[in-house]
Design a binder for this molecule. Structure first.
Ligand code: BGC
Length: 516
């Protein structure tokens, strides 16, 4: 198999005339705040669920266990109800994203972001004011609906509005906001942990800041030309295209979008269409990327960093401190990805990270295996620092690879007619597996102990092999030209692009040929 067959990149000259205009950059910054909320929700749970005041109020059983010394180090937080608090958000999100698919397609990307913002605001009110467990869970569910809508619309918005040559970088602003949200949450928890007995309330309420930012942002941005044109608003779409590209010469790009939108309008059932053979490569890749992203084990670290470090015998403060360090590494390494994704390409980042993640996880498993026994109180100072350094090594490589690219690649590879349906499947699978990890992690930690890191490292090998052989390069390929420039040229996936194989492609081909 020739190495050249593994990847395909666009030939030079496929770029449309486009300047990097302030309106594009500002719109992307505002829309990307949708990621802040997702990140804040991911980051806040771990800290809150290790606060005594919170446990006493909502999970007294866990509180008692935490303070009983005879419980194994690895098992003291293993409680299904506590895990349900973390997980309910993801269950709500993975259901809501299918409604969001309808709104992104029929009402546009911008309005869908606005709906997300409103869900977030109401969810925050419920959580901050929670009097009992049901109220707490209702708040989490509303936040989950917000995540379902935001994660559906924001990555699509960013990929569509960005000029091709910096599409990767602008899309990763979403993930950058996710990481800032996680860090912000860690910092907040670090401070509120000392406020008794209502520090947890402050932690949950401060999510109002990202919620407001997204809502205001959604009111101010323009919708993407692709979405406007898809919904038949041709003149408006063209005007927006001229404005965001900073040029009058938008005809070639406009025609590409128009062609894609004519195909899209033929499609009455986007989800059924998604199952057609022609969409198989994108669908398989989108689903696998989400499963793989979660099976890197990142959320085992992110949700439970404070709990994990506590388990390892760090004192409560040191635990939050370590979580803040991993949070900062996460943010900074995402910036590396913004810089390099359109230069080095998606594949290089994923393959390099595979090696780094594998090595750091194996080392962590070995150190914990040798040095942490079930009931001993402490990892020695030196080993403690070593584990934190290895966790940071792992987090940094995730942050410039699977973190952002898990969101970028699906949002840029589906054709317009199935883009919102494809994104729903992406969000659904992502949240489903986030849920699985959130729900299972503490029990897995209790049973597998340090072996949990070996478990994730084996997955890293599988996903890296997949990238090597099956993931084509999409850097510098215009979003509406993926079929021609990527899938039809890929050594494996091109067999799905053989139009004659598929009668359902008839309408698609007819529309395509009728276009200039
Ligand atoms: C993932 C989240 C994860 C975060 C960590 C995101 O891309 O989807 O599940 O918590 O990255 O930075």
């Amino acid at each position: 198999m020739p190495a050249a067959g593994f990847s395909v990149s666009a030939s030079a000259g496929s770029e449309f005339d486009a300047k990097i205009t302030p309106i594009v950059v500002i719109s992307c910054f505002m829309a990307a705040t949708g990621g802040l909320m997702f990140g804040y929700d991911v980051g806040i749970s771990g800290g809150v669920t290790s606060m005594d005041d919170f446990l006493i109020k909502f999970f007294p059983v866990v509180y008692r266990r935490k303070h009983e010394t005879k419980e194994s180090n690895y098992c003291k937080y293993d409680n299904q109800r506590l895990q349900l608090f973390t997980s309910s958000l993801y269950l709500a999100g993975l259901t809501a994203t299918f409604f969001a698919s309808y709104t992104t397609r029929n009402l546009g990307r911008r309005l869908t972001m606005l709906i997300a913002g409103i869900f977030f605001i109401v969810g925050v009110i419920f959580n901050g004011a929670a009097q009992d467990l049901p109220m707490l869970i209702v708040g989490r569910i509303l936040l989950g609906c917000g995540v379902g809508f935001a994660n559906q619309a924001v990555p699509l918005f960013l990929s569509e509005i960005a000029p091709t040559r910096i599409r990767g970088g602008l899309n990763i602003l979403f993930q950058l906001n996710v990481t800032i949200g996680i860090l912000f949450a860690n910092l907040v928890n670090y401070g509120t942990d000392k406020i008794h007995p209502w520090g947890w309330r402050l932690s949950l309420s401060l999510a109002g800041i990202p919620a407001l930012l997204l809502t205001v942002g959604a009111l101010l941005v323009v919708d993407t030309p692709n979405s406007l044109i898809e919904r038949g608003r041709l003149e408006e779409g063209k005007a927006v295209l001229k404005k965001i590209r900073g040029t009058e010469n938008v005809e070639p790009e406009y025609n590409e979008i128009l062609k894609a939108s004519r195909v899209a309008q033929q499609v009455k059932h986007p989800f059924r269409n998604l199952l057609q053979r022609r969409n198989r490569p994108q669908l398989i890749i989108a689903i696998l990327l989400q499963i793989f992203q979660q099976f890197t084990g990142i959320n085992a670290i992110m949700f439970y960093a404070p709990v994990l470090f506590n388990t390892l015998g760090f004192k409560s403060d040191a635990a939050l401190y370590s979580a803040v360090i991993t949070g900062a590494v996460n943010v900074l390494s995402t910036v590396v990805s913004i810089y390099s994704v359109d230069r080095l390409g998606r594949r290089v980042l994923l393959l390099e990270a595979g090696v780094q993640m594998f090595m750091s996880q194996v080392v962590i498993a070995v150190v914990l295996g040798l040095k942490v026994s079930d009931h001993s109180d402490n990892l020695s100072h030196g080993y403690g620092i070593f584990v934190v350094v290895m966790v940071c090594t792992f987090v940094s490589s995730f942050a410039w690879s699977w973190g952002p690219l898990g969101w970028l690649i699906p949002s840029e590879t589906f054709p317009l007619e199935t883009r919102s349906a494809g994104q729903s499947v992406t969000v659904c699978v992502n949240l489903l597996f986030t849920f699985v990890i959130a729900q299972a992690f503490l029990s897995m930690l209790c049973h597998l102990k340090y072996g949990i890191f070996a478990f994730f490292s084996a997955w890293v090998v599988v996903m890296s092999v997949f990238v090597l052989f099956f993931l084509p390069e999409t850097k510098n390929v215009p979003i509406e030209e993926m079929a021609e420039k990527v899938w039809k040229r890929h050594w494996f996936w091109k067999r799905f692009m053989d139009d004659d194989d598929d009668k359902t492609n008839g309408a698609y081909e007819a529309v395509k040929k009728a276009q200039p």
